[in-house]
Design a binder for this molecule. Structure first.
Ligand SMILES: [Zn+2]
Ligand SMILES: [Zn+2]
Length: 162
């Protein structure tokens, strides 16, 4: 086991690369490292922010590079200590994070290629809209504190990247 995980560990200069950006293309980002499995957030803020519910991947901030040459990425403080980044030209939601936190949530829909992502959990289902039902078999949590084996595996894997 230990030997297998050692040989799987990425070395400097290697690793996964994910790219994405906003609808108009003014804001682009690159993630070098693994992206978290998708969590569906049904909280009232994410529902307003996205127009439905948020399909959120995530990445360690140290692995995220943001390109915003026109300075159109704006940050909205959605609650004390938390902010949401969006393109002020086209309105695309791009980043959510706690001030001083270690990662950004990133909407899966903003990725150029989401082929290696899977959804693993619903959170804040107590706030979900009444106009839709959840039909999949994923775990549903009424708050945001729960996790899954897939998310724990991502945490472990993401530590190997710098
Ligand atoms: Zn844009
Ligand atoms: Zn939310």
């Amino acid at each position: 086991m230990a030997e297998a995980s050692k040989s799987d560990a990425p070395t400097s200069g290697e690793g996964e690369v994910h790219t994405g950006g906003c609808l108009c293309g003014a804001v682009r980002y690159t993630v070098v490292g693994p992206m978290r499995p998708v969590i569906y957030c049904h909280c009232g803020q994410c529902r307003r922010w996205t127009g439905h519910f948020l399909a959120a991947s995530a990445a360690r901030r140290s692995q995220v590079t943001i390109e915003d040459p026109d300075g159109v990425l704006k940050w909205f403080i959605s609650s004390p200590g938390y902010r949401r980044g969006f393109c002020s030209r086209c309105g695309t939601p791009l980043f959510w994070g706690r001030d001083g936190g270690g990662f950004y949530s990133i909407p899966a829909g903003s990725l150029d290629d989401d082929a290696d992502l899977e959804a693993v959990m619903h959170v804040h289902t107590g706030s979900k809209g009444k106009y839709y039902d959840i039909h999949d078999k994923l775990p549903q949590n009424t708050d945001a504190s729960s996790t899954t084996p897939e998310i724990e595996a991502w945490r472990e894997k993401s530590r190997a990247y710098k």
